[in-house]
Design a protein. Structure first.
Length: 277
């Protein structure tokens, strides 16, 4: 790559994503909707049910193992009631962005869904109040990869090649070759779309959980889930590297062997049931 892309230019291009003509109209509409400071349940339910394909996908997702109500949610309004607005917002974004990326990086969707299953399981073990929200943090943690791939396809291709050649993580290759990593890019968008603070931090700091201030627990869960899923070889996150878990995240979660085993079993069950795809 000739020159590193200028950071300000990169940020402006990433943040301008909802004006891109190449984006599918659903994602564009979702971006516009997420800009609204107050979004009501009725508005979001109407938006989803107006689009039969989207309705099907939302119902498929909420009935999958990732959300813990397998086969029990039959309507969009029921889904919103059970899971809450924030979860549904994240879900919509996940569905549209990852669909877009599936063409470019086979396996990233599986990686993300498996992380969502793992994060929900850990959140339950740690008796957190909203395990589904933690699951959405994990579902969207690599959203920056989708965005960079979309905005800088040629550069990202080189970065993927570099990571593979050098046997380093995609994150480290990005640090070498890009002005910002996928975590930072995700953070910009999460802030711009006014995601709740736990989601912003989990996306922005999933590779450096010690930096999270408002949501260290959620961020640590996403960080550990990312690594557990990589270690288990489920999906593909752009590289074959399995990084070490940051000690701050280990200390925060203190997962027992039994708890880790349970997480891995749930991840494998959700993959083998095939209901996620
Ligand atoms: Fe990542
Ligand atoms: Fe990841």
């Amino acid at each position: 790559m000739a020159d590193k892309i200028d950071l300000q230019k990169m940020r402006a291009k990433v943040e301008g994503i909802n004006t891109l003509p190449t984006l599918p109209s659903t994602l564009r509409q979702i971006s516009v909707m997420l800009e609204k400071p107050r979004l009501t349940m009725d508005e979001i339910a109407r938006f989803i049910t107006n689009d039969p394909a989207l309705t099907t996908k939302v119902l498929k997702m909420v009935n999958s193992a990732a959300y813990g109500f397998p086969g029990r949610i039959s309507s969009v309004s029921h889904a919103i009631m059970l899971l809450g607005l924030n979860v549904i917002r994240g879900l919509l974004l996940g569905i549209s962005v990852f669909e877009l990326m599936q063409k470019n990086m086979a396996g990233l969707w599986e990686h993300s869904l498996s992380c969502a299953v793992s994060a929900r399981c850990i959140a339950q073990q740690k008796k957190m109040k909203e395990p589904e929200e933690v699951s959405i943090c994990a579902l969207l943690h690599d959203i920056g990869k989708a965005i960079v791939m979309l905005q800088y396809p040629a550069e990202y291709e080189q970065i993927l090649g570099k990571a593979e050649k050098l046997g380093i993580s995609l994150y480290d290759a990005e640090k070498k070759l890009l002005a910002a990593t996928h975590a930072e890019v995700g953070l910009w968008l999460a802030q711009k779309w006014r995601f709740p603070p736990n989601l912003v931090e989990a996306i922005g700091f999933h590779h450096q959980p010690q930096s999270a201030r408002q949501a260290p627990l959620e961020t640590s869960i996403v960080h550990v889930s990312d690594i557990l899923v990589r270690a288990r070889g489920v999906g593909f996150a752009g590289d074959y590297f399995v990084p070490a878990v940051h000690p701050a995240a280990w200390d925060m979660l203190r997962l027992s062997d039994e708890e880790i085993r349970t997480v891995l079993i749930q991840v494998e069950d959700s993959v083998s049931s095939g209901e996620e795809n």
